[in-house]
Write a protein that binds this ligand. Structure first.
Ligand code: NCD
Ligand code: ZN
Ligand code: ZN
Ligand code: ZN
Length: 356
């Protein structure tokens, strides 16, 4: 058995408010604990999106009563909240900017509004960006011009990781994350998944892109799931929304890669705990650990997952390495396949004093 620190996922969609038939703070944080994550940072592309104090309060009160692991909430950047965003910063883990069209209505079209957000958002909190292709170049330029840190979400292409490497070499304050699905799946898996189930943003990339990500691990600060649950009915329907669930498969996929010698365990802990903790200034969780059996072989089955969405793009995959127990702040919160933390056990990072 191996003991790991509580993992931190800086990119999840828990769908509350407005999408609780897909997931909510209860089911989503149960999936997190089952996957070894004791902290998750929730995205603001909900319904309504989290762009002001009243929508943020809806998410905060739902999370306070339902979350089983610790959590932070992102504020969404819009054209209408360039001045009202900053006063809300202390209630959030960061500002999320959607530069490209994806699921939900948030999408930053206006360059002046984008610049206002870069000027006003406090330097002490990250700006996380969904920025693919050309959008990435824009965000890197602004980070450089405004001398502030940006975090690039779900990097998927060779050209993107090359740009981020170069930006880091030039001293731009940029960090980035890559998802397990962009490391373990490519366009070539899309046929097997089916059209709706293969829809995700950024899209699954070419095998050459996947290889480029694996050979740029030194540039990748975090492995983030971008856990984006949609029901099977929606994925197999006429207008399939993009997104994959990922909380319960991320660590086992990475442990499988460790067993195959593709990276070492310390590199995994850096990207699933140390770096996200540093980037988002997440307080240390006392008496918290994740026990894994690195030799346990198992097959992924959507129906066994805690996520309400009931499916996974990794269906049938044989993995080596499994979470057996999770402790959070001294309490047994997962063991023998059961989540035992009660709803409401999770703390809001924004209201927690930093522990010693
Ligand atoms: C995400 C979702 O469903 O909220 N979908 C996705 O394909 N990744 C949105 C996002 O992260 O871009
Ligand atoms: Zn995104
Ligand atoms: Zn996302
Ligand atoms: Zn630590």
């Amino acid at each position: 058995m191996l003991e790991l620190p509580g993992l931190i996922d800086p990119h999840v969609h828990l769908r509350e408010p407005g999408g609780t038939h897909k997931e909510d703070f209860d089911s989503g944080t149960s999936a997190a604990l089952a996957g070894g994550f004791t902290t998750v940072l929730a995205m603001p592309n909900t319904l309504p999106p989290l762009t002001d104090s009243s929508s943020l309060e809806m998410a905060r009160s739902a999370a306070a009563s339902k979350a089983r692991c610790d959590y932070g909430l992102f504020l969404g950047a819009g054209e209408g909240n360039t001045t009202s965003a900053r006063p809300l910063a202390s209630q959030t883990c960061g500002l999320k900017v959607y530069m490209d069209q994806t699921y939900g209505e948030l999408c930053m079209q206006s360059l002046p509004a984008l610049i206002e957000h870069f000027r006003r958002w406090p330097l002490s909190k990250p700006i996380a960006c969904h920025a693919e292709g050309h959008s990435l170049a824009v965000v890197l330029a602004l980070a450089h011009l405004y001398q502030r840190q940006v975090h690039i979400c779900h990097v998927s292409q060779a050209v993107e990781i090359q740009l981020i490497r170069l930006a880091k070499e030039r001293g731009t304050l940029v960090t980035c994350e890559v998802t397990p699905h962009h490391l373990f799946l490519s366009q070539e898996d899309a046929t097997g998944l089916g059209q709706g189930r293969s829809e995700v943003r950024p899209r699954l990339a070419t095998p050459a892109d996947v290889a480029a990500l694996w050979s740029a691990l030194d540039v990748i600060d975090c492995i983030a799931t971008d856990h984006a649950p949609h029901t099977l009915e929606e994925k197999d329907g006429p207008e399939p929304p993009p997104g994959f669930p990922g909380l319960e498969t991320a660590l086992p996929l990475m442990l499988t890669a460790v067993s195959e010698g593709r990276l070492d365990l310390d590199a995994v802990i850096q990207r699933l705990h140390v770096n996200p903790g540093r980037i988002y200034d997440i307080p240390h969780q006392a008496d918290t650990s994740v026990t894994v059996d690195p030799d346990a072989s198992w097959e992924v089955r959507g129906e066994d997952l805690y996520s309400r969405c009931g499916w996974t793009p990794f269906e049938g995959m044989k993995l080596k390495g499994r979470v057996t127990h999770v402790q959070l702040r001294g309490a047994n919160v997962f063991g023998e396949g059961q989540v035992t933390a009660p709803p409401g056990f999770g703390h809001d990072l924004a209201t927690q004093p930093i522990e010693a």
